[in-house]
Design a protein. Structure first.
Lengths: 230, 230
DNA sequence: CGCGAGCTTGACGTTGTTCAACTAGAGTGG
DNA sequence: CCACTCTAGTTGAACAACGTCAAGCTCGCG
């Protein structure tokens, strides 16, 4: 499970650049007081859907998946890479986690107490606006994802997923896919077998190269075409 | 199109109870300065996806639908009833509307300038927290909707829709459905014909009563069962 | 060497869409 | 007042998309 590491000081941490730029040293200290650095092994759960959300996480290394535990399947909402924050939307409603988060690979992060975070947010307007921006973007991304899932056919959805990894996560045309086929299916809203079949089709048509989990986009143009036409 | 009405004073408006309770008279005045009361006829567009969002709307009477214009179909995200606010999530990112909103029936509302709203939000912490709460709840609702759309079969999704109207919108077991079958299909992520067929099945099984657009839930228990089992 | 988890493939059945035809009711103009 | 038209609703049949099931495969690991 999560292991507490010796805390360094927030003021020197490179992570503060992402959200906490606007804070004074005093405000950083407040956050520093109730904060844990933790490590997670691949597969370990960071937040569990339904549990109370008393901490938010800043992912400092590794990769994590955010997913909803549905009826029989999971729905993967997004992948988080460092340095990025995972903040439960229940923070200002029922104080619960509405999704689960787990580490895809060995990861490290920093747990920040919600209470301290809220306290600072009440003092610091810029942090509050930064936070609203994040919430808003999450909502907008979610819209896009939902439209894709409900209105595109499987090839379009797999194209969405591949381009998401290529553009947003790895920023490269070739990458090591961290998701299993099962998880790729959970991200694309289909069965594992279907995901595999579409990947194979893409491979047969020379659109992508797949060797185990290392993937490369060979024909970006066609993949984008498939993404658009559904 | 939208017609400007003579403005009454915000301080006496019953709508302020919903979001603006915490404001001082001076803050209310600030909002009052750049504010329009408007009426919309059924079918008229209130916000258009992609356009800049310079106003937010407080719906004071009528009903509106919030929807994304997708590839070939629309996806209805939610129905808004009075008194409720429609705030573009792009407010703190790209200042654009990421969904369209249109009146389902003749409606009235109050357009509030985003600039004034933001200005007051910077002064008034409670309003900011209220706003975050709204954004969060929207996100959470959207999660549920997405899971339903991607993991349930058609009967479950129609059950979702019927219960949404019964519980959230009309708060009654019988109601006049404002959505056309086409729109009901857009809300449930299926084709118009499929929506009609499921409604008919429910009717044949005695779960609901349908006469034109007036609907009644006869067997709530079975409907909830269908909702759960997908 | 064998075990197990993830991966792959094919055959098959189900779910849901598309298409085309038809109906009912609400205007509209002669 | 009666065609005419237009839109929403409805139905059935053919078809495509997708999931399920069962079997076999691969590869890392004990």
């Amino acid at each position: 499970m999560a292991k507490k590491l010796e805390s360094q000081n927030c003021e020197e941490c490179h992570c503060k650049k992402v959200v906490f730029t606007a804070l004074t040293d005093a405000e950083l200290d407040l956050i520093h007081l109730d904060r844990f650095q933790v490590t997670y092994n691949a597969g370990e759960i960071i937040f569990k859907q339904g549990s109370p959300s008393t901490y938010l996480l800043c992912l400092t290394s590794g990769l994590a998946k955010v997913y909803i535990e549905g009826l029989s399947k999971n729905l993967i909402l997004s992948i988080i890479k460092p340095v990025e924050y995972i903040i439960a939307p229940g923070l200002y409603s029922d104080n619960r986690h509405h999704f689960s988060v787990s580490a895809l690979v060995d990861s490290t992060g920093c747990l920040i107490a919600v209470n301290s975070f809220k306290k600072v947010m009440r003092q610091n307007l810029e942090l509050a606006e930064e936070f609203m921006q994040r919430l808003s973007n999450q909502l907008i991304d979610n819209f896009d994802h939902t439209v894709g899932l409900t209105q595109k056919q499987m090839p379009g959805r797999i194209a969405d997923a591949l381009l998401y990894f290529s553009e947003k996560i790895y920023e490269s045309n070739s990458f090591e896919m961290v998701l299993t086929r099962q998880e790729l299916a959970d991200f694309s809203g289909m069965s594992t077998e279907s995901a595999i079949r579409i990947l194979k089709d893409f491979k047969d048509e020379g659109i992508i190269e797949v060797r185990k989990n290392s993937m490369a986009i060979l024909n970006l143009e066609r993949l984008k075409k498939i993404q658009e036409t559904g």
